[in-house]
Each structure stands twice: as structure tokens, then as C-alpha cells.
Design a binder for this molecule. Structure first.
Ligand code: SAM
Ligand code: SF4
Length: 334
């Protein structure tokens, strides 16, 4: 029998970090209006971690007590070799959960392989069920391909499938009930996300299109009875169960309900920066640590343990200001 190693990652505020989110690429086959500008410049290959380096960092975190890893991006599945990497991470001893966030564009063909690789749960982004609006919000995505991907994931039988919907006023806010009906019909969960001011975008004014979780919840309560769910994922979502169904509805509300007190996570960007907070720039350059020390594993683990000293207490998001965070969500690992 194997026992988990003692958790070594504790920050100055006593928060235990046991969850790593890894952006394995800043690239994507979509251009969602809240996530990217229309013309994005992506990082050259030399400036991003190799797949081997990503695996090494994941292994170090797991040895330091992290038991959940989320692979994200950009769109993680556009990176060549992503499936192999998932397989390797899925085999790490001590890892309880390997999970994935995807836009669903390839799920139709890869869902089964993802499960075999050890992916337990999947989050799939879906902001609207209107074909034209889907095209408008993703700029290039095809709704029907994603819907077929969702069905393929359901047929594959992951432990949990959750939709993620970023809600913008006067774009898709009228669809929140429809999205919940869809989730109930499919027997899956859904989270509504308040837009975060990450990176400069031109498509809209983030402040003007802000639609709070409380407003979404009020809209939903016209049609559904939402019962508070006590499940604590240690994350930013507050969950409710939709009465008469198995579907849970989550709200990720960085503006209206600050979630930092319970933060249990850090993020690795595609270029190897360990970000200690989604809404601050405090980071450690793990690519530099890896490359300067010839891949010395002990030096890497030491740098990770020391990084806990600079994890900020809370994010500083403010929709009324120009972004103080210039990195886009795609480069952050949402
Ligand atoms: N490409 C994958 C996807 O879309 O699911 C994974 C990466 S994406 C950056 C992860 C999540 O971040 C998605 O659910 C997306 O909707 C969300 N997201 C992107 N930009 C955001 C923003 N500015 N504010 C809030 N959520 C955002
Ligand atoms: Fe791509 Fe995901 Fe960003 Fe949309 S939210 S542009 S799918 S990384």
C-alpha cells in the first residue's frame, strides 16, 4: 500500500496548496472574445517548456503533496504530444486526480483516449447554444462540433463532466436558463463564470458587459429551485443542486464573492512561470530554474517550496481600471 507524502506546500497564510493547473500551450484553435484579442501573438517554441520539462515539474509537485493536476491552456489538445504527456502525468504515483479543461473542439475523436490516459474529469467551455452567437463569441468555433464532443465525452463515462460558461451582459446572459436545461438534459454540471480582466481586448468593454453571479442566480431562480450544495472543492465555485435533477450549478465570482481565502492552487504557464495567484504577477521562473541547474530535481523542488513565501493573500481585480494584468487567460492557464 502507498501512502501520500506529507504536504509541504503551505503559504504564509496557512493555506495548503495541493492543486496545480498547467497551461501546456498558449495557442488555441478558438479566439474567444473575453480571452484573446483578435490578433494574438503566440510564443515561439523556444520560449515554452518542453513536454519533458512539464512532466518533470508535475512530478516535483506531486512529490511535494499536490494530488490534483488540471491540464489547460490555451487549448491543451492543440499541442502536439499532449495525449502522451497526459498519459505520463496520469501515471504519477500519488496523483489522485488528473483533470482537463478544453473547448471541446476535438473531443469527438479523442474522448476515449483521454479516459484511457487517466483523465478523470473534464470541463468543457460552452457559452451559448446559438450557432451564430457561438461563432461570434469564439470568433472561429463551430457549435455543432463542440456539441458532438460533449456527447462523445458523456458516452465515454468520465467521473464528472462540467460545462463552463462565461456570461456577458447583452450577449449571452439571456441564455443562462437554457444552458441549465441543456446540462440537466445531458446529466452534467455547469459553472457560470464572471469575466476577469486578464489581458487587453478590443471586442468589448469588460465593465459594461459585466453580469454578476447574483444576477445569474436570480435569473435561474425564476425557473429552477437551487439548493445549496455543501461539496467543497477547495476552489472558487459555490455550488447549488438543481432540485429534481442530478445537475449542480456553480458560480465562479471573482468580483462579487472573493474566493481567495480558500485558495489551494497555483498555476504553471506555458513559458514555465509558476504563478502564485491568478490576479497578481507574483511568480517564479521555473524554466530558468530547470535550465540553469541542468534539470536538477532537488533545486526545482526547493524553488517550488520557497515560492509559497510569495503567494499573495488575494487578487486585485478591478473591472473599472485598465487591466493591471496584461497576460491573457490563454497564457495563464484558466
Ligand atoms: N481552451 C480551454 C477552454 O476554453 O476550456 C482551456 C483554457 S480556457 C483559458 C479556460 C477557461 O477560462 C474557459 O472556461 C474560459 O471560458 C475561461 N476564460 C477565458 N478567459 C476568461 C476571462 N477573461 N474571464 C473569465 N474566464 C475566462
Ligand atoms: Fe481558446 Fe479557451 Fe481562450 Fe477560448 S477560452 S480562446 S477556447 S483558450
Amino acid at each position: 500500500m502507498t501512502t501520500n507524502p506529507p504536504t509541504l506546500l503551505i503559504d504564509r497564510f496557512g493555506r495548503i496548496v495541493n492543486y496545480l493547473r498547467v497551461s501546456i500551450t498558449d495557442r488555441c484553435d478558438f479566439r474567444c472574445i473575453y480571452c484573446m484579442s483578435e490578433t494574438m501573438e503566440f510564443l515561439p517554441r523556444s520560449q515554452i517548456l518542453s513536454l519533458e520539462e512539464i512532466e518533470t515539474v508535475c512530478r516535483a509537485f506531486v512529490e511535494l503533496g499536490v494530488d490534483k493536476i488540471r491540464i489547460t491552456g490555451g487549448e491543451p489538445m492543440v499541442r502536439k504530444g499532449a495525449m502522451d504527456l497526459l498519459r505520463k502525468i496520469g501515471r504519477l504515483e500519488g496523483l489522485r486526480e488528473l483533470v482537463l479543461t478544453t473547448n471541446g473542439s476535438q473531443l469527438e475523436t479523442i474522448a476515449q483516449d483521454l479516459k484511457s490516459a487517466g483523465v478523470k474529469r473534464i470541463n468543457i467551455s460552452l457559452d451559448t447554444l446559438e450557432e451564430a452567437l457561438f461563432k461570434q463569441m469564439t470568433r472561429v468555433g463551430d457549435l455543432n462540433t463542440v456539441l458532438r464532443g460533449i456527447d462523445a465525452a458523456i458516452a465515454t463515462g468520465f467521473e464528472r463532466i462540467k460545462l463552463n460558461a462565461v456570461i456577458l451582459k447583452n450577449r449571452n446572459h439571456q441564455e443562462v436558463c437554457k444552458l441549465v436545461h441543456f446540462a440537466i438534459a445531458k446529466g452534467i454540471d455547469i459553472s457560470f463564470i464572471e469575466e476577469m480582466p486578464l489581458g487587453v481586448i478590443q471586442s468589448h468593454d469588460r465593465g459594461e458587459e459585466y453580469y454578476s453571479s447574483d444576477r445569474i442566480r436570480a435569473d435561474l431562480e425564476n425557473q429552477f429551485s437551487l439548493l445549496p450544495d455543501t461539496t467543497n472543492t477547495g476552489g472558487p465555485s459555490r455550488y447549488f443542486r438543481v432540485s429534481g435533477s442530478n445537475t449542480k450549478v456553480g458560480f465562479i465570482s471573482p468580483h462579487s464573492h472573493n474566493f481567495c481565502g480558500d485558495c489551494n492552487r497555483v498555476r504553471l504557464t506555458a513559458e514555465g512561470r509558476l504563478l502564485l495567484c491568478l490576479g497578481n504577477e507574483h511568480s517564479v521562473d521555473l524554466m530558468q530554474v530547470l535550465r540553469a541547474n541542468n534539470g536538477d530535481f532537488a533545486a526545482l523542488k526547493k524553488a517550488i517550496v520557497e515560492s509559497m513565501q510569495i503567494k499573495p493573500e488575494k487578487h486585485e481585480f478591478d473591472l473599472t481600471e485598465q487591466p493591471i494584468i496584461f497576460r491573457h487567460m490563454s497564457a495563464t492557464g484558466g
